[in-house]
Design a protein around this ligand. Structure first.
Ligand code: AHG
Ligand code: MN
Ligand code: MN
Length: 306
């Protein structure tokens, strides 16, 4: 039987910086509490948990709190910001920490009642600065809470997939994931009647060429589909009434672009590489075309057409 490789060992043997190892391990611990809360519905009711106060929290607020407290506890984070927070929070334990972290505590939260897969997405930036281009990231990871919980991470040395076993340990399932040059599925976000004609032409191209529709409503799950099937394309385009689309650079697009590029794929806003965008706002959004290289390149051709 093949030897099990635990997350800690993988991080160590891949030469990851010690502090970054610790940060990722702490986040992996946080994810276990989130996975448990999703599975059991134990969401901090008074009497069932004294850790999170005396009122029931919604799952996304609970996930936010779990991650924030873990990050605080590491002493490794100077600033953090999440989709649930109103502003940047400096980690009170150690605002000298070497990293800044941006995260989406629960991605796809509108799917909770439908019992579909949802996730947590995290971006780790160097230093005390949140607004940096995505190419500066030192790590990116996401957790997927599906029939099995999974962790996908990169520290700039490939993209690696772990699954949570019944002893609540993340075990390596696949390292150095490599997407094929092209795939056969597409995930088209945004209301069709709000698409621009250029984007609609790109989607027609995919349909005319036999691409299968795969769209779940959770970005993390749709990205995981690309990873599992080794290709395809996800889009959330510019819309007629919202030219920046819906998804957020800091919490969603930067980390996923890093993960997909490290797996040999590509991510663009239609005209430029996502990781090269210089953000000026914490809640900045961007259109996204992400997945295997061929489809992202072809999207670019359609979006440039006059
Ligand atoms: P969140 O739950 O963090 O707000 O993110 C939801 C996002 C993303 O996960 C998904 O791809 C997209 O919204 C779905 O949007 P539509 O419902 O417009 O398809
Ligand atoms: Mn989200
Ligand atoms: Mn969210």
């Amino acid at each position: 039987m093949a030897k099990l490789i635990y997350l800690m060992r993988h991080l160590r043997e891949s030469g990851t910086d010690r502090k970054l190892q610790q940060l990722i391990l702490e986040l992996s611990e946080a994810s276990k509490y989130i996975a448990h809360a999703i599975k059991t519905g134990e969401m901090g009711y008074a009497g069932t948990s004294n850790l999170y106060g005396e009122y029931q929290l919604t799952l996304d607020v609970l996930a936010d709190k779990i991650i924030k407290e873990r990050l605080d506890h590491t002493g490794l984070v100077s600033y953090m910001i999440s989709e649930e927070m109103n502003g940047v929070t400096s980690s009170h334990k150690n605002s000298m920490g070497p990293y800044s972290v941006c995260y989406d505590p629960l991605d796809g939260s509108s799917l909770i009642d439908a019992n579909l897969s949802i996730g947590t997405i995290i971006s780790v930036m160097p230093g005390k600065q949140i607004l940096q281009p995505g190419k500066n990231q030192v790590a990116a990871l996401y957790f997927l809470y599906g029939p099995r919980a999974a962790l996908i991470y990169t520290v700039g040395n490939g993209t690696h997939l772990f699954v949570l076993n019944d002893a609540y340990e993340y075990i390596l399932q696949e390292e150095y994931i490599t997407l094929n040059g092209f795939g056969n599925t597409y995930a088209p976000g945004g209301l069709k009647q709000k698409w621009t004609s250029k984007h609609a032409m790109f989607i027609h191209y995919l349909e005319d060429n036999g691409y299968k529709l795969r769209y779940s409503g959770a970005f993390a799950a749709d990205i995981n589909h690309l990873i599992a099937k080794k290709g395809g394309v996800f889009t959330y385009p510019a819309l007629k009434d919202e030219e920046s689309g819906k998804l957020r650079l800091l919490f969603e697009l930067f980390p996923m672009a890093f993960i997909i590029e490290q797996a040999g794929g590509a991510a663009s806003n239609g005209t430029m590489r996502i990781l090269d965008i210089e953000p000026s706002d914490f809640s900045q959004r961007s259109p996204i075309y992400i997945g295997s290289k061929k489809e992202v390149r072809i999207a670019g051709k359609y979006l440039k057409k006059i």
